[in-house]
Design a protein around this ligand. Structure first.
Ligand SMILES: [Zn+2]
Length: 241
C-alpha cells in the first residue's frame, strides 16, 4: 500500500467535508482521481502542490507525498491550472433555471433548456467554450469538461452572487441587453414603432424600449428593472475589491 496526505484549502474543504486526510491505495492514482475520490471536481482546483512543488492534474504521487489542493485565489500570483474561456458565457444545468434567468437579466450569454441531457451539457460547454454551471459534482469530474463550476448555494440569489464572485464579473454586467426567454441580444426600438403593443400605463410612463428579434418580446425599464438594479448595487457594495 502507498499512502499520501491530502490537505484541502478554502472551500475545497467544504466540498469534501474535511480539511486533511490520509489516503492509501495499492497503486496511487493521478492527483485528478485523488481529488475526485474526495468529491472535488478538477474544475474547482486552481493549484496543486506535491511536497511544495506545483504539478498538473496528471501527476502521479508517490508513497508519503503531501498533496495540497487550492481553489481559485485571484489575488495571489500562482501557476494557475484554470484558464477561463475568452469571454464569460454559460451553459446551465436543468435544475438551475432561475440562476440562468438571473444571469440573462444581468446580460450574460446563458444557454438553458430544461431538457438538456448530461452529454449535451458537456458537448455545448466544450464546443462553444461555455462555463458549465451545475449542482452535480460528478458531471464536472468528466474529463471532457474544461470550464465549470459547482454551484454550492441552493438559493437562486445566492447562486448569482456566487457566480459573479467566482468569475469576478461585476464590471461586465449589462442589464436589459439580453432576452430572458431566448438569450438573444436585445436592441433598442423607437417607441413610435411599438406604441400600439404597449399597455396604457407603460405607454404613459416609459420612453426607452428594447426588443428581441427572435421571439419579438418587448422590454422596458419597469419596476422589475429598478429592483434588479438596486439589488446589483447592493451586491457590488458587499464585494471586497
Ligand atoms: Zn427572445
Amino acid at each position: 500500500m502507498a499512502t499520501v496526505t491530502l490537505r484541502l484549502y478554502d472551500y475545497l474543504a467544504l466540498i469534501a467535508g474535511m480539511r486533511e486526510t490520509s489516503l492509501s491505495f495499492p497503486l496511487l492514482p493521478s492527483v485528478k482521481h485523488l481529488a475526485e475520490h474526495m468529491g472535488i471536481p478538477h474544475t474547482e482546483i486552481d493549484l496543486i502542490l506535491v511536497n511544495g512543488n506545483p504539478v498538473t492534474f496528471e501527476a502521479l504521487p508517490q508513497d508519503n507525498d503531501r498533496i495540497a489542493l487550492y481553489p481559485r485565489w485571484h489575488h495571489i500570483p500562482i501557476p494557475h491550472l484554470q484558464h477561463d474561456p475568452p469571454f464569460p458565457a454559460f451553459v446551465v444545468d436543468v435544475n438551475l433555471g432561475r440562476l440562468a434567468k438571473f444571469l440573462r437579466m444581468l446580460g450574460f450569454d446563458t444557454l438553458y433548456d430544461n431538457g438538456y441531457q448530461d452529454k449535451e451539457l458537456i458537448d455545448i460547454s466544450r464546443k462553444e467554450k461555455r462555463i458549465l454551471l451545475t449542482r452535480d459534482k460528478l458531471l464536472l469530474c468528466h474529463s471532457m469538461v474544461t470550464w465549470g463550476h459547482w454551484v454550492r448555494s441552493t438559493a437562486p440569489y445566492e447562486q448569482v452572487r456566487e457566480v459573479l464572485d467566482h468569475y469576478h464579473l461585476y464590471d461586465q454586467i449589462h442589464p436589459l441587453s439580453r432576452c430572458l426567454v431566448c438569450n438573444t441580444p436585445l436592441h433598442s426600438i423607437e417607441k413610435g414603432v411599438v406604441k400600439d403593443q404597449l399597455p396604457p400605463r407603460v405607454r404613459q410612463r416609459h420612453k426607452k424600449f428594447f426588443t428581441c428579434d427572435k421571439c419579438h418580446r418587448l422590454y422596458w425599464e419597469g419596476s422589475h428593472h429598478t429592483h434588479m438594479m438596486a439589488w446589483i448595487q447592493n451586491l457590488q457594495k458587499d464585494t471586497i475589491p
